[in-house]
Design a protein around this ligand. Structure first.
Ligand code: NAD
Length: 332
């Protein structure tokens, strides 16, 4: 198939060009994101390949169908950026990569947690400046602490396993309980109990209507003073303004985010020479107890290899009329 790959970065080229599955296809890489202004670049292609911040809304879908693009391959797990109702109505196929390396994201969540706790981000800067003082860098033992996990799917499951290995009490909330995790000692509780009892809360559920702003002033109010919150899932799960208020009052003791509500304007771009226009991000960046990474939880060699492999396999299956195990369907 002729594939137009949007939001292309050097690592996309590296891993897709080296993927054995590419022999069946040809890829043209476009650095721009897919949106109403750029959608015409897909003219003459059979398929497009997009990432987390490409906007597959009704207007893009209408244009894609009109130019005879047949399939959109998401090279990610989440699909909150796709208008599935319009896809269903206008007759486009959407495939995704449901799991490529849940360990990669879970390990990144743990890395954020460890950095915030032991303040290695601050220690690193001090030492580089010749300052070997450890004043005000006190952390806490993870052993014996209560970790609240919201969403125990593929990534949440891995995260629970790691936390159990640290000797933590792991409590969880999910709309479906996982028996394997229960047998290992994870205790499922209502959401309110997760908020009230946890020393650290890590979000691993998808963004949808029921989870949007799951963490807001109301939920933060119920949490322990000084709680640590980690979000490697989707920015929209967290009301960022409420999180800033919580940080200012000391209710939130630490915040680690790999995702951000307005990330489409910032993430995956080098804006180091540009004046920051996003006041909320600017405020977040000013807190010493906030750690921000630019949506890189997935970013390991293993995950990139899997993403390229599964994306191209999805397109080969589509071309061969093989049943699509990774199709995203509209739930009516
Ligand atoms: P998954 O589908 O395997 O697991 C999601 C879990 O959330 C499921 O167990 C589901 O039952 C649960 N859930 C659904 N609605 C819920 C609700 N209202 N409350 C609590 N739990 C609920 O997905 P996954 O592979 O574990 O991925 C989780 C999320 O991580 C994705 O939706 C995606 O947004 C995010 N993600 C981030 C990165 C990154 O690089 N930071 C990479 C991949 C995925």
């Amino acid at each position: 198939m002729k594939i137009a790959l949007f939001s292309a970065k050097s690592y996309d080229r590296e891993f897709f060009d080296n993927c054995p599955g590419l022999t069946d296809h040809s890829i043209t890489y476009f650095e721009v994101a897919l949106n109403a202004q750029t959608v015409n670049l897909a003219t003459g292609f059979d398929a497009i390949c997009v990432f987390v911040n490409d906007v597959v809304d009704r207007s893009a879908i209408t244009r894609l169908v009109a130019m005879n693009v047949k399939v959109v391959a998401l090279r990610c797990a989440g699909f909150n950026n796709v208008d599935l109702e319009s896809v269903h109505e206008l007759g486009l196929t959407i495939v995704r990569v449901p799991a490529y390396s849940p360990q990669a994201v879970a390990e990144h969540a743990v890395a954020m947690m460890m950095t915030l706790n032991r303040q290695t981000h601050r220690a690193y800067n001090r030492v580089r400046d010749g300052n070997f003082s450890i004043e005000h860098l006190t952390g806490f033992n993870l052993y014996g602490k209560t970790i609240g996990v919201i969403g125990t799917g593929l990534i949440g499951h891995c995260f629970c396993n790691i936390m159990l290995g640290f000797g933590c009490h792991v409590i969880a909330y999910d709309i479906y309980e996982n028996e394997q995790l229960k047998n290992k000692g994870v205790v499922y509780k209502p959401l309110e109990s997760i908020f009230k009892e946890s020393d650290i809360i890590s979000l691993h559920c998808p963004l949808n209507e029921s989870t949007a702003h799951l963490i807001s002033a109301k939920s933060i109010e119920q949490m322990k003073k000084g709680v640590m919150l980690i979000n490697t899932s989707r920015g929209g799960l967290l009301n960022t303004k409420d999180a800033i208020a919580g940080l200012k009052h000391g209710k939130l003791g630490y915040l680690g985010i790999d995702v951000y509500e307005q990330e489409a304007n910032l993430f995956f771009k080098d804006l180091s020479g540009v004046i920051m226009q996003d006041e909320i991000m600017a405020r977040l960046m000013s807190f010493p107890n906030v750690l921000i990474t630019g949506h890189m939880g997935f970013f390991t060699k293993e995950a990139l290899t899997e993403i390229a492999h599964i994306t191209l396999q999805n397109l080969t299956d589509f071309e061969n009329n093989t049943p699509l195990k990774n199709e995203v369907r509209f739930a009516e």
